[in-house]
Design a protein around this ligand. Structure first.
Ligand SMILES: Nc1ncnc2c1ncn2[C@@H]1O[C@H](COP(=O)(O)OP(=O)(O)O)[C@@H](O)[C@H]1O
Ligand SMILES: [Mg+2]
Length: 383
């Protein structure tokens, strides 16, 4: 039986990767030219997926590639260890990597071990047990940040490094780490970097004047995938799996998903599963709504608890976002209709909803609920 062609919740494989040709070509070119790229978009727009494609293309050109998410680490030292380990893994023969890294990081006496990996094979672990003070951290960071250049020099190859969820770096110790990293990467002529981040406001601030990364390199903002491209993708994949696609299905699905890449793939994936399990021959707007009702039922407990934790002002503002399609929320008209109170209290409710990651503010000042399922739940189950 054919596998579900729609993928969500992870970096998309090439088979489910849509559009982004321009962005991909640009990112590949910039990284190959050792630029330091800032890649910004809200969560789930496809940054990590784009990066994966770009690095794969670069690897085919013999560029050494490293990809890690800053958000996976619980402390600055843990991040430095993880970063060193990823760089070290460029030397594929694990046993040989050990002295190599130890040599590069001499002064910190790293503990480099080869461990069995769960599921087979080997992996390296790197620890810096001698680091005890913030002062040591600063020196260690300088060394680790210099590693890519040394690796480029010792291997004679170019490197491309992706630091994903880069906004998290500000949580470690703010300015000094940004300054140290900027200082290091600036001098690395053989190493391209992409710093990708999900919190547009935090990321945008990092590239303003007086911050270390100001004018460090090109800025790329990832927008939505055009809805007609996604519509065609959805319908084509259903057809190729042997389903008849009834009129309007693709467009309805993309619209219901708010045209967010993750949400489009999720709805399509779940609809495909339902269609297979139930043995439907065709997919239609009607079967799409059946799938939607199932998903809303499964998420109900979660959505209820999110809703219950909101203040009354936040609930009212959230409903206004849903029913007004996020437009003109401060206007007298909308405030009266949804009993929202004064503009400043609406504004602070909207801000709180953004901090809770429930709502995002788009370019032209329009608000949107982050999760299209939650939006549908609010529309149907709250009053
Ligand atoms: N180019 C793309 N084509 C198709 N689906 C995509 C694409 N980019 C992202 N998606 C969908 O969005 C989800 C989230 O993508 P991801 O790359 O993790 O986003 P981000 O890193 O911006 O949070 C993916 O699992 C996939 O379902
Ligand atoms: Mg990501």
């Amino acid at each position: 039986m054919a596998a579900n062609p729609f993928v969500y919740g992870e970096v998309v494989p090439p088979s489910a990767f849509v559009d982004r040709e321009v962005e991909l070509a640009r990112l590949v070119t910039d990284l190959a030219a050792s630029q330091k790229v800032f890649l910004i978009s809200p969560r789930r727009y496809g940054k990590s997926s784009l990066i994966r494609q770009a690095l794969a293309a670069l690897a085919r050109r013999r560029v050494l590639t490293v990809e890690l998410s800053v958000a996976s680490y619980s402390s600055y030292v843990a991040f430095l260890e993880g970063y060193a380990r990823h760089l070290l893994a460029l030397e594929r023969r694990a046993e040989r990597a050990r002295p190599w890294l130890a040599g590069l990081l001499e002064s910190f006496r790293p503990e480099v071990r080869v461990e069995p990996r769960t599921g087979g094979g080997q992996q390296l672990s790197v620890a810096f047990p001698t680091i005890k003070h913030a002062r040591d951290e600063v020196r260690l960071a300088e060394e680790v940040f210099r590693l890519p250049a040394r690796i480029a020099a010792s291997t004679g190859r170019r490197l491309a490094i992706a630091l994903d969820e880069f906004q998290v770096i500000t949580a470690y110790d703010g300015d000094t780490i940004e300054a140290a990293l900027r200082e290091a990467v600036q001098q690395q002529r053989e190493v391209g970097y992409v710093f990708a981040g999900s919190e547009p406001t935090l990321m945008e601030q990092m590239v303003t004047p007086r911050r270390p990364f100001y004018k460090a390199g090109p800025l790329m903002r990832l927008d939505r995938i055009p809805s007609d491209v996604f519509t065609t993708f959805v319908e084509t994949r259903f057809r190729r799996s042997g389903f008849r696609v009834e009129k309007g299905l693709g467009a309805a699905l993309v619209e219901l998903a708010g045209n967010l890449p993750y949400d489009v793939q999720r709805l399509a994936h779940e609809l495909w599963d339902d269609a297979r399990v139930a043995g439907w021959r065709a997919v239609s707007v009607d079967t799409l709504h059946r799938t939607l009702r199932r998903l809303l039922g499964e998420q109900a407990t979660l959505f209820e608890s999110v809703w219950q934790r909101l203040t009354l002002a936040q609930r009212a503002a959230l409903r206004a976002v849903v029913f007004e399609q996020g437009r003109e929320l401060l206007s007298a008209d909308v405030r009266v209709r949804h009993r929202l109170g004064g503009p400043s209290s609406v504004q602070s409710a909207l801000l709180a909803l953004q901090r809770l990651d429930l709502v995002m503010r788009e370019g032209h000042g329009r608000y949107q609920v982050m999760d299209s399922l939650f939006r549908e739940w609010v529309a149907r189950k709250t009053y």
